[in-house]
Design a protein around this ligand. Structure first.
Ligand code: HMG
Ligand code: MG
Length: 305
């Protein structure tokens, strides 16, 4: 088992993109500052997508304007096409994430084109990124199941991952978009993709709709993957993935990893405090079981120290 795991915090993007409550730029910035203060070094902060489709991310350029984009913390943003990449470059972003799907129907619902067309749309995005020395991460959605098609072929996951790597993505994040996978399945998919792409280039992005995310992550850590996406307070969901709940919570992930002696460089107490801040702003309880237990159970707090 690896000694350390790198966490990519996706709370300010995935976590807030589906929230009904409007979150101000100031609140987003305070959340991001608290996450940085907790030791997170990669924080996805927004999306340059259609504001009609995802209004919660329409202020991304304002969020980005207040961040130290050339400092040690990475602040990737989602970019679906040339229009988004042009906006990201104008905002001075140093890292973007392109997002494809292993399911045709989800691709159409989410980004309004086929899988093959999405890859073609990403080519000029990658060219623009290379010209400006902007790093590009790639997502593959629906790797363990699709809200529209049900089962998704492992071959499709492998082939889309391969195409994103061939385009020039430095990392491929495997998305269980609707949190439907179970550990053996997750492990098989991770193994199949790792058979095609260097395992050091792979990351996990598991939503926790059915409470399987930590088990699935552990199964994939056993395959050698050592980068995991998570969201503070278990926020998250995709507007085009009906029924999907939040991402695995950063707090629960940290509790599991630290308990197993796997280091992350992230301070659990500070993430819990950041989660308290954002869930108070949203007016709802944390989706993190660890955060919930730390609020009521001092013994658990001592265990986490
Ligand atoms: P489209 O309709 O095919 O694009 O949308 P279009 O080129 O025909 O343009 C239509 C309108 O969108 C035009 O505006 C464009 O200007 C505008 P109008 O003339 O109607 O006023 N437009 C844009 N505006 C701002 N930024 C842009 C942009 N592009 C076009 N970049 C598009 C294609 C992809 C833009 C659209 O379908 C869209 O925005 N979809 C939303 C995708 C999204 O953000 N989904 C959620 C994130 S993905 C996710 O959560 C999964 C993930 O977490 C991993 C996992 O969990 O599996 C990453
Ligand atoms: Mg997601």
């Amino acid at each position: 088992m690896q000694n350390s795991v790198r966490i990519v915090e996706v709370g300010p993007r995935d976590g807030l993109q589906n929230e009904k409550v409007a979150v101000s730029v100031a609140t987003k910035l305070e959340l991001i500052a608290r996450l940085v203060n907790a030791g997170l070094t990669a924080i996805e902060v927004g999306s340059f997508v259609s504001p009609k489709r995802v209004p919660q991310m329409a202020d991304t350029h304002q969020v980005v304007r207040h961040l130290s984009l050339d400092g040690p913390t990475r602040y990737p943003v989602l970019v679906p096409n040339e229009q988004g990449m042009t906006a990201a470059i104008a905002a001075g972003v140093r890292e973007v994430a392109i997002f494809a799907s292993a399911s045709e129907t989800f691709s159409h619902k989410n980004i309004n084109c086929s899988i093959a067309d999405s890859i073609e749309r990403f080519r000029p995005v990658i060219d623009m990124a290379k010209a400006k020395d902007v790093a590009v991460r790639g997502y593959v959605s629906c790797v363990l199941g699709c809200p529209y098609e049900g089962a998704v072929a492992v071959d499709s996951v492998v082939s889309v991952s391969r195409r994103l790597a061939d385009l020039g993505c430095y990392e491929i994040s495997l998305g269980d978009t609707i949190g439907i996978g179970t550990p053996r399945q997750a492990q098989e998919v991770a193994r199949a993709v790792a058979g095609e792409i260097d395992v050091a280039m792979l990351a996990l992005h598991f939503h926790d709709t059915r409470g399987q995310a930590l088990a699935n992550i552990l199964a994939c850590l056993e395959e050698g993957i050592s980068v995991v996406d998570s969201a503070v307070a278990g926020l998250g969901g995709c507007p085009y993935a009906p029924g999907a709940a939040g991402n695995v919570s950063t707090e629960d992930l940290l509790f599991m990893l630290h308990g197993m002696g796997i280091s992350t460089g992230v301070d659990l107490d500070r993430v819990v405090a950041a989660g308290h801040f954002i869930t108070t702003a949203l007016g709802r309880p944390s989706g993190s079981k660890v955060a919930q237990s730390m609020g009521v159970d001092p013994a658990s707090r001592a265990l986490c120290a």
